[in-house]
Design a protein around this ligand. Sequence first.
Ligand code: ADP
Ligand code: ADP
Length: 229
Amino acid sequence: RGAIEFKDVSFGYGPERLVLNNVSFTVPSGSTVALVGPSGAGKSTIMRLLFRFYDVNEGAILVDGQDVRTVTQASLRANIGVVPQDTVLFNNTVRYNIQYGRLSAETADIIAAAKNADIHDKILTFPDAYDTQVGERGLKLSGGEKQRIAIARTLLKDPAIVLLDEATSALDTNTERNIQAALARVCANRTTLIIAHRLSTIIHADEILVLRDGEIIERGHHEILLTQG
Ligand code: ADP
Ligand code: ADP
């Protein structure tokens, strides 16, 4: 489950300009691909097309061999989890914030998701200490910890595909690396992972696609891209 194929995809938000130009790539089920490129390269657009927020002008996008144009948006969304940049966290425990991903989840599943995302030790704390209603119980969580909550929340839904959009990340490089490593570890084999980032600091991708102005200008593994500069 979660295999993705972009076949000669071209797309523009308006008629005047293509934002993606003849983009082709495949992501095997359960693998991790990184979309790397400067702001405006087209990374978020690729993610939006996966959800069918827009349909392609030319080419096709297949998920598990099915053209997304033949699939409802609702079922695509049920299959794809997004770990957003700025997670909306409720004024409630970390545990509740994770459970929000699937309100009917069993306690054991919530705990497992929290453990997988390495946020289990904070499960009874509140995300923001400076909230006056919470008072002493609160404990300020770091940006990385908040993102781990978002990961656990997404994992609880057990989607076939997870998108991590770090394109505008405010986290420091080390925290980002740890987050990506944690996510890649828990997604391994079971969940297809797409990471968008402006820098090739990605460490845990099976393949890196370098995007510029809507085209893939380079693809390969981290080591190969590094030696090429
Ligand atoms: P990235 O995620 O790599 O920063 P985007 O996919 O957001 O790139 O943007 C690719 C191009 O599409 C940019 O030139 C951007 O200005 C344009 N773009 C993005 N969203 C919209 C939109 N809703 N309407 C029109 N143009 C857009
Ligand atoms: P929710 O917690 O709201 O159920 P989902 O995991 O179902 O979130 O994620 C799907 C939703 O995420 C989409 O409806 C969309 O509004 C949102 N989303 C956030 N970032 C992106 C992105 N980069 N591309 C596409 N959708 C995004």
